[in-house]
Design a protein around this ligand. Sequence first.
Ligand code: FAD
Length: 598
Amino acid sequence: MPAPPAPAALLCRTGRARGRHGCCATPAHAQSAGVQHSARCMSLVWRSGRPHRSHRMRRTTQGVERSLSQRPVRHAQLPCISCLRLREWSGLHVSSAHGRDGISSDSPGLCDRMDWTSHHAAPARPGPSEMSRQIVVIGAGVGGLSGAVRLARAGFAVTVLEAREQPGGLASEASYDGFSFDAGPYILLDRPGLEWSFEALGLDLTAEVPLIGIDDVYEVESPDGSKVVFYSDVEKTAGGFEEKWPGSAKPYKKFVRKMERISRALRPMLQVSRPGALGLIRSGAWLHAPFLVRSLAAVLSDSGLPAPIVEAMAIWTHVAGQTKSQAPSPLAFVPALMHSVGPYYPKGGIRCIPQVLEQAAIAAGVRFRYSTKVTRIRTKDCSVLGVETERGEFIPAAALLSNSAALQTYLQLLDAPAPALTKRLSTLPLQSPGVCAYLAVRGRVTPPYLAFKLGEGNQRCRLLIRASLFDTQVVDGYVPARLLAPMEYAEAERVGPAGQASYLDQLLEEDWWQRDLDDFRVLAKRTAEQWGTQYHLYANSMNPVMTGKFMRQGRVPHRSPQVRGLYLAGSSTHPGQWVSFCAISGILAADCLIKDLN
Ligand SMILES: Cc1cc2nc3c(=O)[nH]c(=O)nc-3n(C[C@H](O)[C@H](O)[C@H](O)COP(=O)(O)OP(=O)(O)OC[C@H]3O[C@@H](n4cnc5c(N)ncnc54)[C@H](O)[C@@H]3O)c2cc1C
C-alpha cells in the first residue's frame, strides 16, 4: 500500500563551487546571522507546495540549477564537510524525515535528512540509454555510502534507498536527552584502510574527519580484579607486562613486530575484490598462506606469552562473539596496528564518517530516499530488473548494489533465490550485536578509554566506553558513556527480548564500571532484538561470524555469481566488519559494477 501523501515541500541546496571538492564560500549574511567564520555553509532553498512544470529553471552557479520561485531560508552550518557542488533533482519532493507538516527552517540538521518521496510526482521515466546508467543502492550504511560515491563519480545515476531516517546504519548517530552518541562502533583500529577508502573517493580523510589518537587505549580486568593494560606506545605496554609477568616484554615486542610485518605484506589483499590464489602469488603474499590458514588461538599460543596477556590480546574476538579457535589469524594484527598506526577516534564521533560520505555522495549527484525500505529485488532470467519498496513502488535499475546484509539480500529480498546458495548461506553462524546502554555519568572519568571486564566461566565480556575522554559534551555536569556486552547469538535468541533486557539490567547493577562515578542516568537501552528491528539487520544479527573458515572462503562475493546486475557491499563481504573495511567493501563492489557495465 502506498503511504499517505506527505506534505510537499521542495528543498534543494545551492552552493558556489570551490576547491577540489567544490565547497561553497561562506556568504556574508551567514556571518551576521551568527555563523562562525570558519564554518562551511550552504543555502537551503525551500518552497512549499508541489513544483510545477511551468517553473522556469535558470542556472545560478556552475552545475547548479534552481527554481525561480524558490527562496533561501537559512544557512546551515556543516562542520567538517566540504563537497558542496550540488545538483537539484527537479520533480522530486522532500518531506520532513520526522513526518512533521512542512519543513521548519529551524529544524536542526534538516539539511542532512532529506526524504525524497517521489510518489507525489514521479520523475520522468528514464529512456533506454539513461536506464543503463541507473543504479539503486539498498542501504546507506558505510558500505552503501562509499559505493554510492564511487558509482556517481564514475558517471552513474545513483539512488540510495535507506529504510531508516538517517545515513550510517550501525555507525550512525543516536541522540538521547541532549547527548549525541555513536550507535555502535567506538574505535578505529584501521586508519590505513579508512585513508585508502577516502583517497579512492577523492576525499582527504584528515581534512574531512579530524582524528584523535588514543594513547591510553584499553584495559582488561579479570574476574579476580587483575588488569592487563594496553597503550599505543609498545614500550609502555611491554613495560607494564614486564612488571607483572617478568620476561614477557621481549616476546610481546617480538610478536608485535612479526604481526606488523605480516599485516603489511597482506594489506594489498584487502584492496582487491577476490584475493584468490593468483593474487596471493603475484603479490608475494603467498609466503604468509600458512599464517592465514591458522586460527587466532594457534597464532597467539605461539607467542609464548602468559595466559592473561593472550586473553587480553584476544578481547576483540570476545567482542565479536566468537572463540579464539574459531577466529581468523588476522585478528592477531590488532596489537600491531595499535602500536604502529595507533587507534583513533574521530573528533565529533565515528558518526562523522557516514555523515561526510553522505555529503560527498550528494555532491556527486547521488539521490537519497530515506524511510524507504526495499522489500523485494525483482529479477528475470537471473538478471536484476529493479526493486520493490514497502510503499508499493517499483524502481527499475540496470544494477543494484546492496548494503543490506548479504544474508538478507539473498534469503529475504531476492525474488528467486538459488536453492544451493540459500542452503549454504543459511548454515553460516551469526553474530549478535549484543546489548547496549547509553549513559550520562557524573564523577571522575579517567583513562583508559575502553574498560573491558571478563565474565565468570562461560560469560561473555562487558565493556565500558568512556566516551567523554574524547567527547566534549557536558549537560548539567553529566558526560556521555556507554556500557555494552556481546551475547552469543544462540543464547540471545533463546532468551528473547525479555531475557536480553534482563541481562542488560543485570550488567547495569554491576559494581566494577561504577566505581569512580558519583551518579549515572540510563538514557536508553538497546537489546539485540532492538538492534535487529531498528537497524534492519538479518535475524537480529550483524553478519555471519567472521570465522577463519568464512574468511578463507573469501566471505560473500561483491559480484553475485547467481544474479547478473547484483553487487554486495558491507560487513559480510570482503574485507569485513570494521567501519574501514565496510568502506573498502563499498568501493570494491562498485568497481566490479563499473567494470561490468562500462
Ligand atoms: C555494538 C557495535 C560495536 C561496534 N564497534 C565497532 C568498532 O569499534 N569499530 C569498528 O570499526 N566497527 C565496529 N562495529 C562494526 C561496524 O559498526 C559495522 O560493521 C558497520 O558499521 C556496518 O556497516 P555496513 O556497511 O555493513 O552496513 P550497516 O551499518 O548494517 O547498514 C546497512 C544499512 O542498510 C539499511 N537497510 C538494510 N536493509 C534495507 C532494506 N531492505 N531497504 C532499505 N535499507 C535497508 C539499514 O537500515 C542500514 O542503514 C560495531 C558494531 C556494533 C553493532
